[in-house]
Design a protein around this ligand. Structure first.
Ligand code: SF4
Length: 694
């Protein structure tokens, strides 16, 4: 029994983990958080929480925290603790030297979806002003960048269409490439409540995820497709709807772009999209596809929820547009209970995209190449800005390996563990003249850094996180920064050391600038959020109360755009040497690369990554439950324990990526989404064999 003691104060704030964005009251005794209590009036969680938000906060005060800035001349040297002034001066001198020798575009930055919108805003502004280029990208590059692209092309806005509560009016819930029970637990509970009331469930996923087996669900259909065949499946469902007279012609005529619709209709009716011709590709029986398609089109309000099993594919953007087509074709958009809803992974992945940390887009998704847009920012920031898009994260690594990209500022992302093809990432980081890492812990990426700028945990931050339903939630400091500085202050001082005058006095002033320059946030301020709790953007004069449901009377882009979504198989092929397909995901108690959850008691629930494998695949290879196995791909090899599981289908294996010792990304490939370069984490051809302990 743990005696937490009686708290002497509480601070209302937002969970630092997933994109649900649960509100909590942090209860403190002195400077120690003793309890995180889910907040009953939290608009995303209504008083609920999961084991991460509730219990996994101890990392904030873990002894591994680095609280003093450190520098070193070479990555083989030991770290030296220095003052903030010396660390920032050292970083600025090296960045200037890199630009002097290799040119203006030889340096850049990566923003973190773990940080507040305000902290992210300041980093992208630093790049556009002090760095004088557009080499800024976000860790959303490796998760939901296809969502941003696909929904903007079809609907006009790079964001999900609904609020979470809207699921309570859905009659059919289609979950594709997502495992909400583990990854978005509080929303999964809400979804299950609706399913227990009688809504019908369709799950398209290579694994038999827990949702399919949830008790008291009236109807649950599982389409166990092969990884990499999402687009073939969604096209086949659309084919059934288009050829069986199930289209919503009225909605299409009134709301959609008719030439694009005619082109799409011609394509989708083609025999190549018929379920009978797609069954062999997807592994899903034709009749099951037909039943699911009819249910989606005729079962009442139909809502799509999806995750990284959609986006992290070479056709991630195509699949997002395929789902958008399906919703438009059946009129399932623009009211409660319907829509196309990305389940965002990180707490502020929506915000990191909204804040303009993209190499081709300024805040609020406006192109850097547009002279009028640039002028707005040039006038506000007093600089002349580059019209040419900068490097995406994979370009940064490629250019670094080529010797033309020399300096990098990484805010709270462990690219050496989280990005695909680890060997290539490590080679790129090793080639930099200056790598600045801003983080809580000496992570894997810091092995290659010259400057370490200690970051702050969510319990020390003042700002906002923006969740998967576009909800701007306040994050309030429960304790003083253990580093002595807010992260935005550190970035600001780096800008000043580089010669750009940046002078915010607090995070509220940064939000005021966001409101001034990003029309979707025009009416948002800390004062307003403290008064109303939270708000969903757009929140401006046209929508002063915010916008729970998008595209109600018309699409943001005007008419909804159908896009022809031809299925193109991935280049990652199985063969006799690599006969299995590996796909990846996460578990309830752990979070992403585990930098936080591994430093909490949540490790007691799950201490290591394992490989889930179907018993028949295991038997063929002489693999027993709990045995160490080698997982080998064309890129590399790792060793994990085997877990025999009938949730897997034969031919497909699965692992998580929470522990650096496993290093799942040692084996993933450099293949990526054609439109956004989002890595194809979800399809890797592998072989599995018994192995000795590492
Ligand atoms: Fe935090 Fe997500 Fe769990 Fe809510 S569901 S407590 S936001 S991890």
């Amino acid at each position: 029994v743990i005696d937490f003691g009686v708290p002497d104060r509480t601070v209302l704030t937002t969970c630092a983990y997933c994109g649900v964005g649960c509100s909590f009251k942090a209860e403190l005794k002195g400077d120690q958080v003793v309890r995180m209590v889910p907040y009953k009036d939290g608009k995303a969680n209504h008083g609920h929480s999961c084991v991460k938000g509730r219990f996994a906060f101890g990392y904030a005060t873990h002894p591994d925290r680095i609280t003093k800035p450190m520098i070193r001349d070479a990555i083989t040297d030991p770290w030296r603790e220095v003052s903030w002034e010396e660390a920032i001066g050292f970083a600025a001198d090296r960045l200037k030297a890199a630009q002097a020798q290799y040119g203006r575009k030889s340096i850049g930055a990566i923003t973190s979806s773990r940080c507040t919108a305000e902290e992210i805003w300041v980093v992208q502004k630093l790049v556009r002003t002090a760095f004088a280029n557009n080499n800024v990208d976000t860790c959303a590059r490796v998760c939901h960048s296809p969502t941003g692209y696909g929904l903007k092309q079809t609907y006009g806005t790079s964001a999900g269409t609904q609020d979470f509560d809207s699921v309570m009016e859905a009659d059919v819930i289609l979950v594709i490439g997502a495992n909400p029970t583990d990854a978005h637990p509080v929303f999964a509970s809400q979804m299950k409540r609706r399913l227990r009331q009688g809504a019908k469930l369709i799950v398209a996923d290579p694994r038999m995820i827990d949702l399919v087996r949830s008790p008291h669900i009236e109807a649950a259909y599982h389409l166990p497709l092969l990884p990499g065949t999402n687009v073939a499946l969604i096209n086949a469902m659309a084919h059934v709807i288009a050829t069986e007279g199930l289209l919503d012609e009225t909605f299409i005529k009134e709301r959609c772009d008719l030439p694009s619709y005619a082109e799409w209709l011609d394509f989708i009716r083609g025999e190549e999209n018929a379920p009978e011709n797609v069954a062999a590709v997807t592994g899903v029986p034709a009749e099951d596809i037909r039943v699911a398609a009819r249910l989606y089109a005729t079962g009442g309000n139909a809502a799509i929820y999806y995750g990284l099993g959609v986006t992290e594919h070479s056709q991630g953007s195509t699949m997002v547009m395929g789902m958008a087509n399906l919703a438009m074709a059946t009129g399932n958009i623009g009211r409660r209970g319907v829509g196309v809803n990305p389940l965002r992974g990180q707490n502020n992945v929506q915000g990191s995209c909204d804040m303009g940390s993209f190499p081709h887009e300024l805040p609020d998704y406006r192109p850097v190449s547009d002279d009028a847009v640039r002028k707005v920012f040039e006038d506000a920031w007093g600089v002349s800005m580059d019209a040419e898009p900068g490097y995406r994260i994979p370009n940064m690594f490629d250019e670094a390996c080529a010797g033309t990209y020399k300096g990098m500022y990484i805010q709270g992302e462990d690219v050496a563990q989280s990005d695909p093809n680890t060997k290539h990432v490590e080679a790129a980081l090793s080639a930099l003249d200056i790598l600045i890492v801003q983080d809580l812990f000496l992570n894997e990426t810091a092995r290659f850094a010259h400057v370490f700028l200690p970051g702050t945990s969510f319990l020390e931050k003042d700002g906002t996180f923006i969740n998967a339903e576009r909800r701007v939630n306040r994050v309030r400091p429960a304790m003083k920064e253990k580093t002595g500085k807010a992260e935005w202050q550190v970035t600001q001082e780096l800008a000043q050391a580089l010669g750009y005058p940046m002078h915010y006095e607090n995070a509220a002033q940064i939000m005021d600038e966001i409101a001034q320059l990003a029309p979707s946030f025009a009416n948002v301020s800390f004062e307003m959020l403290d008064r109303v709790g939270s708000v969903q953007w757009p929140c401006n004069d046209a929508a002063p109360e915010g916008t729970p449901i998008m595209h109600v009377d018309g699409f943001v882009r005007g008419k909804g755009q159908f896009v022809t979504t031809e299925y193109v198989p991935t280049e990652e092929k199985t063969n006799r040497k690599f006969p299995l397909i590996l796909t990846t995901g996460r578990i309830l108690s752990q979070y992403n690369v585990g930098a936080q959850t591994r430093r909490t008691h949540n490790v007691d629930w799950w201490e290591e990554d394992v490989l889930e494998i179907h018993p028949s695949d295991a038997e063929m290879r002489g693999v027993r439950e709990g045995q160490w196995v080698s997982v080998r791909s064309r890129k590399g090899e790792t060793v994990v324990r085997a877990k025999l599981s009938d949730r897997m289908q034969p031919g497909v294996v699965y692992t998580t990526f929470h522990h650096p010792e496993t290093g799942a990304n040692v084996i993933t490939t450099e293949l990526s989404d054609w439109a956004t370069s989002c890595p194809e984490y979800k399809v890797t051809a592998v072989e599995v064999a018994p192995a000795n302990h590492k």
